[in-house]
Design a protein around this ligand. Structure first.
Ligand code: ATP
Length: 431
């Protein structure tokens, strides 16, 4: 039950295995405090008598295994206690994965590689966060592989990435993203260039496997792969591709029996496909809501988040000092392709772009690839496509007369590298 007034905070007493769900109103902030007992948010434990702040639009569940009292102050859109949660099933899933890690440790094998799939708004990212938190709380070092190019939890939208998890997610800010490995995809849906999407999935799988070979803890920890909500047609094929690239052992299907049956049918028999219910607390997000959270991610990249403010730099970059590419040529009819070239080649082609006014507001990835030799391969032979990204800039103005563009950058000039990749994604800097 809840008691109290808005000023002093409303007190909620939760019985064991229940959760308090709340949403923060637009333009508001809500403060949460654990008064007694034990509680966690998406697998991160709350500290007693610490005040946690949640910004506008946050959708939160405070879960307790043992029972607790918390106080909430500020304007919530909804706040209610639910007894009906799938948390026990999620905990059992974690326990099964932990058993696989123990076995891997014993037998000198690798730990579980888990792919989390399902349509949009079923709580995929939340389940990933929960499983990673539970694993890292037991001293494991799992890897988060983020393949959701629309709503990345690790980097800006339009990227695919991997992150070693070394401590539980911060209750307010999520996982600390100190040294993620990030690749440029360039748009917010895999369908824009499914060939590139699958190629980058393979690249991430290779890099992860290489790391597992040299790092026993990473190997035993395994990985949790978050995927896109696009589960039909090529989106489905991309899931099957991912399962094979990472050689996943477990697939967790959230909320969709059809997808569960399809994957059971199409994946090798040794892959354990498990159907899990979604939580009734997961809130559907509108298109606008998604766009806003993407925008927010980019803003955070440049300006920081809450306690930590960053001060981005603005400077001019001469066209002649950089090479700008778009990945993928527009597809042309098969009959018009040069002899020996396939549509695949066009989707993975680096197309040089001469900067114009239409570049304004676009986000560009700064590729780690070194010294472009002009044909898209670096001096070391690694292609730009397979090279990770070392940062992002936004084009704020283009002067075609002077042949320069002004960019917003997290670091002062000069740019660390000179190969830039254009994203479809735009960011309007209102600061
Ligand atoms: P997408 O398809 O966009 O990637 P998703 O399936 O990964 O979505 P999440 O991002 O995990 O879904 O969850 C959607 C929203 O619901 C998030 O804001 C999350 O904080 C919230 N949420 C998840 N579980 C709960 C819960 N039990 N109670 C309240 N809110 C929740």
């Amino acid at each position: 039950g809840a008691t109290g007034s808005a000023n002093t905070g409303t007190r909620f007493d939760l019985e064991k295995e229940t959760e308090l769900r709340f949403e923060v109103e637009a333009g508001e902030r809500v403060q949460l405090e654990l008064l007694s007992g034990l509680a966690e948010i998406f697998g991160s434990e709350l500290n007693r008598n610490k005040k946690y702040m949640f910004g506008p639009g946050s959708k939160i569940a405070v879960f307790t295994w043992q029972g607790c009292s918390v106080s909430l102050s500020g304007k919530t859109e909804v706040a209610y206690i639910s007894r009906d949660t799938p948390m026990l099933l999620y905990l059992n899933t974690h326990a099964a994965l932990e058993q696989m890690r123990q076995q891997a440790e014993r037998d000198n094998e690798r730990g579980p590689r888990v792919m989390v799939v399902g349509p949009t708004d079923v709580g995929k990212s939340t389940v990933c966060r929960l499983l990673l938190n539970y694993a890292v709380r037991l001293g494991r070092r799992p890897t988060l592989v983020e393949l959701d190019v629309g709503q990345s939890g690790v980097s800006v939208p339009g990227t695919m990435s991997a992150l070693c998890i070394e401590r539980p997610a911060d209750v307010e800010e999520g996982f600390s993203v100190q040294a993620p490995l990030v690749y440029h995809f360039g748009s917010t849906t895999p369908g824009t260039n499914i060939k590139l999407y699958n190629k980058l999935t393979s690249t991430l799988a290779e890099v992860f496997s290489q790391r597992c070979e040299v790092n026993r803890k990473a190997s035993v920890g395994g990985c949790i792969i978050n995927t896109c909500g696009w589960v039909k047609g090529s989106g489905y094929q991309a899931l099957v591709h991912c399962a094979s690239a990472f050689q996943v052992d477990v697939v967790l299907v959230l909320d969709q029996e059809r997808l569960y049956n399809e994957l059971k049918r199409d994946l090798p028999h040794f892959v354990r496909v498990v159907l899990l219910p979604k939580s009734g607390g997961v809130v559907e997000r509108s298109k606008d809501c998604r766009r806003e959270s993407r925008d927010e991610k980019i803003r955070e990249y440049f300006y920081g988040f809450r306690g930590t403010s960053f001060y981005p730099h603005a400077f001019d970059v001469r066209f002649s000092d950089v090479r700008i590419y778009k990945i993928g040529a527009p597809s042309i009819p098969d009959s018009c392709l040069p002899l020996g070239m396939s549509q695949d080649d066009t989707q993975l082609k680096l197309v040089p772009v001469s900067p114009g006014r239409d570049l304004t507001h676009h986000v560009l990835s700064v590729s780690c690839a070194e010294d472009d030799t002009g044909d898209g391969t670096s001096a070391r032979g690694r292609g730009v496509l397979e090279s990770p990204v070392c940062g992002f800039i936004v084009v704020t103005a283009v002067d075609t007369q002077a042949q320069v563009m002004t960019v917003l950058s997290p670091a002062p000039r000069p740019l660390p590298r000179h190969t830039l990749l254009i994203m479809d994604i735009r960011f309007i800097d209102l600061k």
